[in-house]
Design a protein around this ligand. Structure first.
Ligand code: DHB
Ligand code: FE
Length: 280
């Protein structure tokens, strides 16, 4: 049977992709950020996932304001990246696993999550940058992937409580897959940031740190927030936190924190990184 090896949550800022492309990882601005991934690489070497379900939000590459599914999942054997205008090198195609995806779709639909299923799906920086942070280098990503996109762009957004429920159903869907597949669930985005309007540049360290603690011990506390309250506390793009909630909830109620890092700022964003495993 398939098994979740753990959850990684990380920010997905395009400037990180630019720094990777320019080889700036050891420069003073970037070192505290990239340095925190050594522990993640060591953990990945140990748990060796075969596949990654990547919970992220598309920023207008695949979906735009005219049509924006609340939850969309890839059901293809390959996903392509394309130029979003950030100046990032276009990444080689990502390997999918349509059979695994369709199992997740069947299982989630049976639990009343009416996902948009995508047999073609362009993946943006929120998918590509975190995968490159986990598996550096220039070659193709070594794991099969399933993109799971959550609308954090066009209101109304799914509530944090709904995202926790989706994550729990995702955990059950993965665990019921008959193949021996070791699965990483990766949640990308956040933490606090606001890219536009009067509060552009807004960061809230206290709220972020509370969220990182609650991700371990009490994700339901985050499920009690409304989207409006998260926007207020974390900024209009800080709502990307809901991607972390989906990923976290795929694990059981008791988790062990393997690693975490919080670093402010990277570009306009408070960057957060966590590695969680199911506790025995
Ligand atoms: C930035 C952060 C994001 O989450 C994003 O999608 C794009 C840009 C930033 O801080 O620059
Ligand atoms: Fe974003």
């Amino acid at each position: 049977m398939a098994r979740i090896v753990g959850v990684v949550t990380t920010s997905h800022i395009p400037a990180i992709g630019a720094a990777i492309a320019k080889g700036q990882q050891d420069e003073p601005y970037w070192k505290p950020f990239f340095g925190a991934f050594g522990a993640v690489h060591a953990w990945l070497d140990k748990v060796r996932p075969d596949a990654a379900v990547v919970v992220y939000n598309d920023h207008g590459l695949q979906f735009f304001l005219d049509k924006l599914p609340t939850f969309a999942i890839g059901a293809a054997d390959e996903y392509r990246n394309a130029d979003e205008g950030w100046g990032l090198p276009v990444q080689p195609p990502y390997r999918g696993d349509a059979t695994f995806s369709w199992h997740l779709v069947e299982s989630l639909m049976a639990e009343e999550f009416d996902l948009t299923t995508c047999q073609e799906m362009l993946v943006d920086h929120a998918f590509t940058v975190p995968l490159r942070l986990l598996w550096p280098g220039t070659g193709p990503c070594p794991v099969r992937t399933v993109p799971l996109s959550v609308n954090t762009i066009h209101h109304p957004l799914p509530t944090p409580a709904r995202c926790l429920k989706l994550g729990r159903a995702l955990g059950r869907a993965i665990a019921s897959y008959p193949e021996d597949l070791k699965v990483l669930v990766l949640g990308t985005g956040g933490l606090s940031h606001q890219l536009d309007g009067e509060r552009a540049g807004f960061i809230n360290r206290g709220f972020d740190q509370m969220c990182m603690a609650a991700m371990v011990d009490d994700p339901d506390a985050l499920g009690r927030y409304s989207i409006r309250q998260i926007v207020e506390a974390a900024g209009s793009q800080g709502v990307e936190l809901v991607n972390w909630l989906v990923a976290r909830a795929a694990l059981g109620p008791r988790v062990a924190k393997v690693h975490s890092n919080y670093h402010v700022p990277i570009s306009n964003t408070a960057s957060g990184l966590m590695v969680l495993e199911n506790a025995n």
